[in-house]
Design a protein around this ligand. Structure first.
Ligand code: IMP
Ligand code: MG
Length: 167
């Protein structure tokens, strides 16, 4: 296993992003939404680097395959219990690959009329994109490699690694 992004580099990028977000949303009600399971480490670190108060919640979703009749929709396995019309919602995702999951999840959240909605992803693999979807901010753009660590798994393993590694 080779280290692709070390923990110090991740930490610096998370601090920079959280500070920038904190300045932009000063005096505004912010809800950070982590997408389980992969974003649990990113969300925990990000919320602790915010310099303004914010609420934190989690969602879990899976996109239907292209062959499914429900394609274009997302299956929400764990939903939010908040009224989004009261919040500026910032979705925190671990990695955007084809973009199918996040494009559908973002559309679903948008229909709930949040004050605003943005998507921040730790990692972006733009070379694999299928859906017409771009995050508002990505901390690292990576090539088409399968990565683990810092919340990301391979068959539920390696999530606790403090760095991002290539299998
Ligand atoms: P997509 O953007 O809908 O293709 O799905 C993204 C999801 O696939 C992520 O949230 C991860 O759960 C998973 N995923 C994609 N690429 C990787 C990877 O390199 N390592 C671990 N999980 C990945
Ligand atoms: Mg994910």
């Amino acid at each position: 296993m080779n280290v692709l992004i070390d923990s110090r580099t991740i930490h610096n990028a998370v601090v920079r992003a959280a500070r920038e977000v904190s300045e932009r949303y000063r005096d505004k009600p912010v809800l950070l939404v982590g997408v389980l399971t992969g974003s649990f480490v990113f969300t925990a670190d990000f919320c602790r680097e915010m310099t303004i108060p914010c609420e934190v919640a989690f969602m879990s979703a899976s996109s239907y395959g292209n062959s499914d009749v429900s394609s274009g929709d997302v299956k929400i396995k764990l939903d939010l219990d908040r009224d989004l019309t009261k919040y500026h919602v910032i979705v925190l995702e671990d990695i955007i690959d084809t973009g199918n999951t996040l494009s559908r999840l973002a559309a679903c959240l948008s229909r709930r009329s949040p004050l605003s909605l943005e998507v921040i992803t730790l990692l972006d693999k733009p070379s694999r994109r299928e859906a017409d979807f771009e995050p508002d901010r990505s901390l690292f753009t990576i090539p088409d490699l399968f990565v683990v660590g810092y919340g990301l798994d391979y068959a539920e393993k390696y999530r606790a690694l403090p760095f991002i590694a290539v299998m």
